[in-house]
Design a protein around this ligand. Structure first.
Ligand code: SDX
Length: 355
């Protein structure tokens, strides 16, 4: 596999997976982008049909897994349930000890297919509802929304969910991907590497920021309150969730696409409320931190994605798990790359000073 998994130009705001710009990728089905990341090339029609069919065929989870999900506490963040269950399901994978590329691909397909089902089953059980079996006729995004809601989403919602998974799928050596790669570098199995990624994604400085954004928007309640709320946070030197990035020193290109999508959803629903609060937050942060203080603190991938979830009635408890549903393809692409190297990652402690 010669093409780099990911390219980021943090000054120009450019992002590519396998040399294809994110603005093009976002028009494809999630399955095609997942295939691209993991296998290195975009699939032709026949390859995509086969890959999707394999994913659809692996969506179900067995009775024992359902029972363990039922034992999770009902009021926890779904990431806590997800990391536990992904660890638990590895014992049912017949390829767990097969580290050949073919064995690893079969495990990858099972992980990508089952993670949305685990999240949806936990969510429905936590809300006193019967879990629903996956619907094989639906895309990755539409099926996930169907499994949490019990009704098929509109075409726009299904498209937005697919795009959300694509925008979340990969971002070079972010903290969770680094964790996954370190685990894979010891030649540990793919489930262990994905659990490492899940544990790291969960923190509020990384994927956990998404649910914090949703809580912030809820707390602000109306656009007129946004300015005072943000000014107070800045005065107290608190971080504003969904803003800033270690690599981007300009607008995150994913943030820009998420902003357009959230506007599209707001207009389609005839309700600009959440969008206007978000825009009022963004305008205040840009005026106070970018224009007055010269700090490159723009919306990142977690800001307008939180707004999208508000419009799709997705609760904050699911926000980071949804990030994980998309990101698992990126983690796996990096693990495969790392397995080929057969070299352990072992930095020296002094390097931490540069982090
Ligand atoms: C993701 O790495 C990736 O690629 C991650 C990710 C991915 O796809 O995998 O893009 C996903 O994790 C997005 C980030 C989600 N996190 C948040 O939204 C939490 C809020 N943001 C931050 O805490 C922060 O911006 C980070 C963690 C994202 C980046 O941190 P850095 O690069 O270590 O920056 P820093 O904390 O050292 O801050 C540098 C300066 C400071 O000011 P000074 O002390 O220099 O005066 O910028 C300020 C900070 O106070 N700053 C912020 C801010 N982020 C940075 N000020 C207010 N609000 C913020 N959000």
């Amino acid at each position: 596999m010669s093409k780099n998994i990911c390219f980021i130009d943090g000054l120009e705001g450019i992002l590519k997976y396998r040399e294809i710009d994110i603005n093009q990728l976002v028009e494809l089905p999630y399955d095609a982008v997942s295939y691209l990341l993991i296998l290195g090339e975009l699939p032709v029609d026949q390859e995509l049909a086969e890959y999707s069919s394999r994913l659809h065929g692996e969506r179900e989870i067995n009775r024992e897994v359902m029972d363990i999900i039922r034992m999770c506490k009902l009021n926890i963040d779904s990431m806590e349930a997800l990391r536990t269950i992904v660890s638990f399901i590895s014992q049912f994978d017949p390829d767990i000890n097969d580290s050949s590329p073919e064995g690893n691909l079969r495990k990858a397909i099972r992980l990508i297919a089952k993670i949305p089902t685990i999240v949806a089953v936990y969510y429905r059980m936590a809300n006193g509802k019967e879990p629903l079996p996956p619907d094989r006729s639906l895309s990755h995004g539409a099926n996930f929304l169907y499994m949490i809601r019990g009704s098929k989403p509109s075409q726009l919602e299904a498209e937005v969910m697919e795009k959300d998974f694509i925008l979340s799928a990969e971002h070079e050596l972010n903290a969770s991907t680094f964790s996954s790669r370190v685990t894979a570098s010891t030649l540990s199995d793919l489930y262990s590497a994905v659990v490492s990624g899940l544990c790291t994604l969960k923190g509020p400085l990384h994927g956990g920021a998404r649910s914090e954004v949703m809580n912030m928007i809820e707390e602000i309640a109306c656009p007129e309150n946004a300015e005072e709320f943000i000014l107070e946070k800045i005065a107290k030197k608190e971080k504003i969730m969904g803003f800033g990035h270690r690599v981007y020193k300009t607008y995150d290109p994913r943030g820009m696409i998420f902003k357009q999508l959230s506007r599209q959803l707001a207009e389609a629903k005839g309700d600009m409320h959440w969008y206007e609060i978000a825009e009022a937050i963004e305008n205040t942060v840009i005026r106070e931190l970018v224009e007055k203080k010269g700090k490159p603190i723009y919306p990142n991938v977690d800001f307008y994605s939180g707004v999208i979830y508000k419009y799709m009635d997705i609760p904050p408890q699911l926000a980071t798990s949804i990030f994980a549903i998309g990101r698992v393809s990126g983690w796996i692409a990096h693990c495969f790359d790392q397995y080929e190297k057969k070299k352990i990652i072992r930095p020296r402690a002094f390097m931490l000073d540069e982090c």
